[in-house]
Design a protein around this ligand. Structure first.
Ligand SMILES: C[S@@+](CC[C@H](N)C(=O)[O-])C[C@H]1O[C@@H](n2cnc3c(N)ncnc32)[C@H](O)[C@@H]1O
Length: 380
């Protein structure tokens, strides 16, 4: 038990979720907004049996990769949690977090771990944001709070959007509402800036990749992983509005492609984009879809689930179908590592041999702890 609530610690590395990790008297301490190597005076804010959370009182000696955040509100805004760390160190931490997490869940798994792919832009990369407005304040929620941090710029957002902040603020202020208003601003496929309110009835765009500069490489790499086989069927699970579906449809000219997506708006957009007879776009939950799908050993399955990952049922159904190749695109290393564990356990039980042939982290969200990963699995 740590008795004094203020202690001196040294940050070893960063954790999933973004906080720095330090050890003190057998206790693991998580410190938001820390940088690796920081020597800090911290105050414990939560203390459990095996771990505690703390906030920084004073930076006694900054770690080698600590810097002044380029955005003046970075340390209070709920958006970026790694701006106090150089980009080079952010990448290094993400690369090792993905590797460590997969290894922790799957200690005996061997795989080729390729170097993390850098984002072409580390600032001005976001093409969709959700600002808030209340009582004259336009901005984002503060960290762990519903207070609004006022902004006139957001350095991770594309300039086409930030230039419209005065117009959007005036537009929303004219509504004369006392309520908290949630907005969405984005750059459309036609390169136009669009904005509007998000309400219970209209939740906005739904999902889209927010870093279009890095998305190009993600698509290219996914197609490279898919390789030159002639697949009997191709499945794009958690397809959104077709980010991977259409490049797959274009590359594999003789294969039927099935996209599965739960959000009706995204399905509608996907269906409207392409009327090719080889494409079937299902409005369905992936688990329900897997109950009736027939996957064969000549198929390709790409899945790109939300942060919660897939499920044991889905990974088991994939293992049972024994597709020639699986490409798993993940936005959370823990759910990826857990789903891989389920997949390999079930493959083994069913006597199917698979290899995790490639894993690669992608920097899609610089200045935050979020990381994208591609994992390729093939029949051995
Ligand atoms: C990470 S996004 C990927 C979307 C798309 N692959 C892309 O790159 O734009 C995950 C998608 O899964 C959808 N989704 C979430 N839960 C789902 C479920 N249970 N079944 C089907 N789709 C789901 C979300 O609406 C979202 O579009």
């Amino acid at each position: 038990m740590v008795s004094s609530s203020q202690i001196k610690i040294k940050i070893e590395k960063l954790a999933i979720g973004g906080a720095g990790i330090a050890r003190h008297d057998g206790l693991v301490i998580f410190v938001p907004l820390a940088a690796p190597g920081d020597e800090l005076l911290v105050e414990l804010t939560t203390q459990k049996k095996n771990f505690a959370e703390a906030r920084i009182i004073e930076i006694l000696k900054p770690g080698p990769a600590r810097r002044e955040p380029p955005c003046p509100v970075a340390l209070v805004c709920g958006g970026c949690n790694w701006q106090q760390i150089t980009e080079e160190e952010q990448r290094r931490q993400k690369e090792s977090l993905v590797l460590e997490t997969i290894k922790k869940f799957n200690p005996s798994l061997d795989f080729d771990y390729l170097p993390l792919k850098e984002s072409p832009r580390v600032f001005r990369y976001r093409n969709r944001i959700q600002p808030k407005f209340k009582t004259g304040k336009f901005g984002f929620f503060a960290r762990n709070s519903h207070e609004i941090v006022e902004i006139t710029d957001c350095p991770i957002t594309e300039e086409a959007l930030t230039q419209k902040f005065p117009e959007v603020k005036a537009w929303v202020a004219a509504k004369n509402s006392k309520d908290l208003l949630r907005l969405e601003m984005y750059i459309s496929d036609q390169e136009e800036v669009r904005y509007g309110l998000i309400t219970d009835e209209d939740d906005g765009v739904g999902f889209s990749q927010v870093n279009r500069f890095q998305n190009e490489d993600l698509l290219k790499t996914a197609l490279e992983c898919a390789g030159d086989s002639t697949y009997k069927q191709i499945f794009d699970l958690y397809a959104g509005s077709g980010n991977f579906t259409f490049p797959l449809l274009n590359k594999y000219k003789n294969s039927p492609v099935t996209a599965v997506e739960l959000n009706p708006k995204l399905v509608e957009r996907g269906r409207a984009q392409n009327k090719d007879k080889r494409l079937r776009y299902f409005l369905s939950d992936v688990e329900s879809f897997m109950k009736r799908a027939t996957i064969t050993n000549q198929d390709l399955v790409l899945l790109d689930p939300p942060r919660a990952g897939a499920s044991e049922y889905i990974m088991r159904a994939l293992a049972a179908g024994k597709p020639e190749k699986i490409i798993y695109i993940s936005c959370h290393p823990v759910s990826l590592a857990r789903d891989l564990k389920w997949f390999f356990e079930w493959s083994q039980k069913l006597g199917h041999k698979y290899r995790l042939s490639r894993v690669q982290a992608f920097e899609m969200f610089p200045q935050t702890d979020h990381v994208e990963t591609i994992a390729e699995l093939r029949v051995d």
